[in-house]
Design a protein around this ligand. Sequence first.
Ligand SMILES: [Zn+2]
Length: 521
Amino acid sequence: MGIIVALTGSSGNMGRETLPALMSLPFIDRINLLYLDNRRERRFARKIKRRYGDRVFQIFGNIANEDDCEKLISDADYVINLAAVIPPASDSEPEKTRECNVTGVKNLVKAIERREKQPGFIHTSTVAVYGNRNYLHPWGRVGDPLLPSVYDVYAATKVKGERIILDSNIEKWSILRQTAILHNRMLTDNMKDGLMFHTCFNVPLEWVTSRDSGLLIKNIIKRDYEEGGVENYWNRVFNIGGGDKNRVTGYDTFEEGFGIIGGSAEKFMRPGWNSIRNFHGMWFSDSDELQDMFDFQRESVKDYWLEILKSHPYYKIAKILPPVIIRKLAIERLLPDPNSPSRWIKNGDEGKVKAYFGSKENLKCMPEDWKDFAVLAKGRLPDGDVNYRELKNIKNLKKYGFVLPHGYDETKADSELDLDDMRAAAEYRGGEVVSEEMNKGDLYTKLLWRCHDGHEFYASPYAVLKAGHWCPECTEPEPWDFDRLSKFMPYYANVWYDTHAKGENVVYFFDDEHHAKFTRF
Ligand SMILES: [Zn+2]
């Protein structure tokens, strides 16, 4: 007797690699797939049907529809949720994004909870939940504060999606925070609007390829099925990363990608084109955890770039045309796009300018020439130089003070954590734990907490201490209130003030027409 897997998002970047990887497992009898009911998805689904025949069962509908989710998971042994509306679509279609990334998760959770024998639930989240990092804390791990970037509807909805699972009654779940993913539609997807200019040149990025991500999901199912459960895997949150060879910065990424077509970051771009904060990305100090369990990190981003570019028209054109023409054809044409920082500046979009550059005044001091711009990848910082290789060495985390405290005694074994640890963690988050009892070491029975603003909420010790979640009313955007929250939450202040001044007293929000606004407090 084999097993049945339910998979969402199989036509997405990660899904396209995950489905064939899963299909190579002989003990999977069938995979249930959910597609949107539109022409593009139906065309894709026909191809899948031709290839796999009766081993796939296809449903056309919407994850935001309860009945469709019910049908999808009705007989599944595992449910894998890869469905998400991601940037740049999430920037222009917030409603669709909420439907898929929040309502969709709610529906899957409800359908799983209703089953007498529950399937295991694997949910993909994102590095974007951590928000912006720079050279002051380029490394991070699960349990670090969730400070999703201002105006990033994608990240905000992914935080909410995680919370639904953490608060659920699902017996076997796991949340995988996916890092920057390199996939073969990267160039076409990310070079059609202004999204590439959101990437700060100095942001730390740990890439993984979509193929390795597919292999990870396959290996999770394989081990779990063959061993009757993988120890220390279920009911936890993990970071997916590509490991040491794939830890770079925004600048290195442009340098590598453009280098293959005869250019470079500096030949193709200008310092003032890209935002200087409010992006997301970091190097994971704990991405070896999944690697140790499931051995999936095979590919380097460098090799994969080459593979992608070779099949792209730019690769051939670049051999004939000089870099300045490529710059105009491929990149400069995107500068006036509504999703590009240059356009926000030109239009006087104060909310976006404030969020991504700090202030209008900061724009005046932006260097125009690369020789004046401190590129982290070259070991240059605005206030002196640094050894970039040393910074990137995982052995130096403590030396550089890169390990963020989570507000309780982390030297204790999980089985020893008690109410005192909850009190300490709550205080570090500016609030308190209301519950007066807790079974020592029980990280999954919910406790009652109170935030600084007086909201009371239930959450498991795991969600708070280990996964970085806190008050659903004031810390899950929107609005983005981190200037204020950081004043009494040392847990947030540690990271927030790396890229924000203490005197910035602003709350960011979207108005009814989805215009980026802020008010001072
Ligand atoms: Zn609150």
